[in-house]
Design a protein around this ligand. Structure first.
Ligand SMILES: NC(=O)c1ccc[n+]([C@@H]2O[C@H](COP(=O)([O-])OP(=O)(O)OC[C@H]3O[C@@H](n4cnc5c(N)ncnc54)[C@H](O)[C@@H]3O)[C@@H](O)[C@H]2O)c1
Length: 282
């Protein structure tokens, strides 16, 4: 989607990290941006920062894992800006751990924010983008953890879901003039490891506590360190803007994890090689 200036975007999880980076980069390109987030104070602070740059932005609070709240946020966006051209399904939480630490609440929370909200975002905003006939673009934030798995089961499942959803949707929406990209970041310097700050009340006290010592604790510490040393979220926002302008199917942020993706594809290829030449029985 070329010529972003004057278009309107709805960005979830926009009060912090990557979402704020995307909102900033789009606003810098002259896009009107409706920032959506569950965290009211952070949303107000984010709006203040962007308004200080003369950006045309507004905000709406919603827990995107509740379909009714997301639908109300869409209504607020249409009331404020009329047409919506760009949907960025970015809100996400780093919930759930490896086998042995699972809980129903962690699965519900993680899949609710990271995957179901993306599905609902598309269901609610898709028709709004289609109805003005000016075309549009949908970006959903998965992760490199949507292509390589290990350690954070619910998170991986949610992010693989976003990749699969985006790949299929791209084919469905191209004839309707809507581009689809999936963002697969590596480690980005955000507040993702403190996702628990936004745990909805309905899950309070229902998540199993991660162990204070041992391999899982070490893994959490290592992720925290790598996120702290991660890339600038505004850089990610600029890549997303470029991805929208040029209709990139996949938006990567760096090549750090590329060898692991190669290894996964090689393992898949090996699976095919193992049965090559056999005549399948029908
Ligand atoms: N930081 C990384 O290294 C990294 C890597 C790959 C993918 N991601 C993905 O990037 C996206 C953004 O995360 P981030 O790293 O910027 O973290 P972040 O915690 O800084 O930002 C996430 C934002 O989502 C909001 N949010 C959380 N739950 C919500 C809900 N139910 N409804 C509405 N908003 C909600 C938070 O308030 C926050 O503003 C997520 O989807 C995350 O999984 C992050």
């Amino acid at each position: 989607m070329k010529d972003l200036a004057g278009k309107t975007a709805f960005v979830t999880g926009a009060a912090s990290g990557i979402g704020f980076g995307i909102a900033s980069a789009l606003a810098q390109a002259g896009v009107k941006v409706m920032l959506c987030d569950i965290e009211e104070a952070a949303l107000a602070a984010a709006l203040e920062k962007l308004k200080a740059t003369n950006a045309d932005v507004d905000g709406v609070r919603a827990d995107v894992s509740l379909k009714g709240e997301l639908a109300s946020a869409a209504e607020a966006t249409v009331a404020r800006y009329d047409k919506v051209h760009i949907l960025v399904n970015n809100a996400g939480v780093g919930g759930g751990g490896p086998y042995g630490t699972w809980s129903e609440a962690a699965w519900d929370w993680t899949l609710g924010v990271n995957l179901r909200a993306v599905i609902w975002g598309i269901e609610i905003f898709g028709p709004l983008i289609e109805r003005h006939g000016e075309g549009g673009h949908i970006v959903s934030t998965a992760s490199i953890a949507g292509l390589i798995s290990g350690g954070s089961t619910a998170y991986n499942v949610s992010k693989y879901g976003v990749v699969g959803l985006s790949e299929g949707l791209r084919l469905d929406l191209a004839p309707r003039g809507i581009g689809v990209s999936v963002l697969c970041p590596g480690f980005i310097r955000t507040q993702i490891v403190d996702s628990g700050r936004n745990l909805p009340q309905r899950f309070a006290g229902k998540l199993s506590r991660p162990p204070a010592t041992g391999p899982i604790a070490e893994r959490i510490k290592s992720i925290r360190d790598q996120v702290a040393q991660g890339l600038d979220p505004l850089y990610v926002g600029e890549l997303v803007r470029e991805g929208i302008e040029n209709d990139w199917p996949y938006i990567f942020t760096d090549n750090e994890h590329e060898p692991y993706v190669d290894a996964r594809f090689a393992a898949i290829k090996e699976g095919f090689n193992r049965i090559r030449g056999r005549i399948p029985r029908r």
